[in-house]
Design a binder for this molecule. Sequence first.
Ligand code: GA4
Length: 329
Amino acid sequence: MVVLADEALDRIPLIRSPKDGANFSDIPVVDLSKPGSAEALVGACEELGFFKVVNHGVPVEFAQRLEAEAIKFFALPQQDKEKSGPPNPFGYGNKTIGLNGDVGWVEYLLFAITSAPLSYTSMPFLEEPSACSFRSALKEYLLAVRKLASDLLRLMAEGLKIEPRDSLSRLVMGEQSDEIFRLNHYPKCPMLEKLNCSLTGFGEHTDPQIISVLRSNTSTGLQISLKDGSWVAVPPDQESFFINVGDSLQVLTNGRFRSVRHRVLANGLKSRVSMISFFGPPPAERIAPLPQLMGEGEQSKYREFTWGEYKKASYKSRLSDDRLGRFEK
Ligand code: GA4
C-alpha cells in the first residue's frame, strides 16, 4: 500500500497511468494572423474540441504580470489566504472543488466577472491597498482575453458560415453574460517522483460554458481525452492560449463541435499556475442548435434548456458526471 505523508493526499485520487501520458504533438494550432484560420478553428472544434491559438493579440506581459501576482498570493500564509474562502462557489479554495465532494491537489481563486464596467467578486485580500497591482493586472488581462474570446467566436461563425457573424460572440459579450475566471495553483508534490502514478490536480470534466480560454506557465499536467477515450498530455506553452469547446457550444452546433473532456495531473517537480476564463451566455438564454446549422429535417439532439437551468444542474453534479447526457433526447 502506498502511504502518503500528507493526510489530505489520502482523499485525492491517484491515477494509475504513466506519469505525464504520451505527449501529444498533434494539438491543432490556429494562427489568427493567417488566412484560413476560420476553417482551421472549425476543423479543430469538430475533431478534438480543443486547440491552441498563436498571434492572438494578447500581450504576453499581461499574462506574466497576472501570473506574478497570483504567485505572490498563493505564497501568503495559509490563514491569510483562507480569509478569502471558502468558495461559495467564488473565493479562495484549497483541495475541494465545487460543493459535491470533489477533491484535487490544487488551490485556486474563483471570480464571477461582470462587464460594463468590468468588475469581479470582491474578496478580503483584494481590498488591501497592497492588492492594487493584483487588481490592475487582473483587469488588463480579463479585458484582453474577452476581446480574444469575441474574435474567436466571430471566426467560428465565419467558418460555420453563420449570419450574422456575431451570432455566437453576442452570447458571451452582453452585459448579462455569465463569465467566470479561475486562477489555479497546483503545488509541486515531490513524493510523486517515487511513485509510479500521478495525483489528480483537477479531475476529469467538461466545461459547461460556451468556450474556455486557458493560459498556463511552463509546467506540464493538462491532458485531454480523444474520441477513443485515451488521454494525451498537452505540451505547455506560456505564450499561447488553449481553447476548450464547452457543453453549451456542443449543443449550439447540435453535436458538430465536441465538448472536450480534460483533467490536470499534479507535477512532482514543478508547480503549475493556470488562468482560465469561462464564457457563458446570460442565464435566460435558450441553449439550442442554431437554425442555420440544421440540415433539412434535422432534429435537435438535446432537450431544450436555458443556460440558467443548465448551470444550476451542473453545480449540483460531480466533476466527472456526464452533465450533457441528462439533456440528450
Ligand atoms: C468546471 C469549469 C469551471 O472550472 C467551473 C467549475 C465549477 C466549480 O469549480 O465550482 C464546477 C465544474 C466547473 C462543473 C461541475 C461542478 C461545478 C465544480 C463542480 C463539481 C467554475 C464551472 O463553471 O464548472
